[in-house]
Design a protein around this ligand. Structure first.
Ligand SMILES: Cc1cc2nc3c(=O)[nH]c(=O)nc-3n(C[C@H](O)[C@H](O)[C@H](O)COP(=O)(O)OP(=O)(O)OC[C@H]3O[C@@H](n4cnc5c(N)ncnc54)[C@H](O)[C@@H]3O)c2cc1C
Length: 236
């Protein structure tokens, strides 16, 4: 473990220095395996947050889940210098790189922003100009992960916009979205892109289900939509 960065009060980024770093596509993940002294093992998947242009290391951004086996271990036990067993990079359908084009609609709920951030970092590092809009749903402003970096990317004026929606608490004077993702919201943001060439949705099971249905109801062809659920079901 090379470094640990606090992102929000529930989320930290763990930078792993890999003995054998391998090229990957934005959207891929690593499997992390923990082994207890009695041999009991727990394995979970964590998306790669860095873009493939960042060599030798990968960042995994982990939200702590109360009562969870693996995420609290990362948050409370793992320290800089520790070794962690990982396998990867893994993934297929839920990946994007600049050669796939767009316009690109990214929809993230909570820690579902992580693989989308890898896509955005790749887009930025390669000076890719594919029009891209991120719709990012968080409970409150305090829960927004990568907040400063997202602001900087959208201020760059190279065809990337971020639109936040807050489902519980909004900033003072907020006049943006303040509800769960729905068809009207999808229609409004996709109108801004003109046409949605590719859409990627990532987050908890229920969030992904709702957002994917809203995209289809807004007239976006299902073959353009890729989803990743941060639960037992995985990619579709
Ligand atoms: C492909 C893939 C990529 C993923 N990438 C990331 C990532 O980048 N960052 C990240 O933080 N997580 C990511 N996840 C989720 C991660 O793999 C774990 O599921 C999560 O960290 C919970 O593991 P745990 O061992 O702490 O909890 P568990 O011991 O598995 O679960 C404890 C309890 O919490 C519930 N629970 C599990 N997950 C959630 C959740 N997300 N929200 C609310 N309740 C939950 C369970 O149903 C259970 O009741 C990804 C999952 C997949 C499939």
């Amino acid at each position: 473990m090379e470094s640990i960065t606090v992102e929000t009060y529930r989320v930290k980024t763990f930078r792993l220095l890999l003995p054998l770093w391998q090229p990957f596509r934005p959207g891929m993940h690593y499997d992390v395996r923990l082994t207890a002294p009695d041999g009991y093992q727990a394995q979970r998947s964590y998306s790669i947050a860095t873009g493939p242009e960042t060599r030798n290391v990968v960042d995994l951004t982990v939200e702590t889940i109360e009562g969870g086996e693996v995420s609290p271990y990362f948050h409370d036990i793992v320290e800089v210098g520790d070794q962690v067993e990982v396998r990867g990079p893994i993934g297929g359908p839920f990946t994007w790189d600049g050669s796939m084009g767009g316009p690109l609609l990214l929809i993230g709920g909570g820690s579902g922003i992580v693989p989308l951030m890898s896509m955005l970092r790749h887009r930025n590092s390669t000076a890719c100009l594919v029009p891209t809009l991120l719709l990012y749903s968080s409970r409150s402003p305090e829960n927004v992960i990568y907040s400063d970096e997202l602001d900087a990317l959208s201020a760059a004026g190279n065809g990337f916009e971020v639109e936040h929606t807050f489902t519980r608490t909004t900033p003072d004077g907020w006049d943006g979205f303040a509800r769960r993702v729905d068809v009207e919201m999808i229609s409004e943001v996709s109108d801004r892109l003109g046409i949605v060439g590719r859409a990627f949705i990532c987050g908890p099971e229920g969030f992904v289900e709702t957002a994917a249905n809203a995209l289809v109801d807004a007239g976006i062809a299902s073959e353009r939509i890729r989803t990743e659920r941060f639960g037992p079901i995985g990619t579709r």
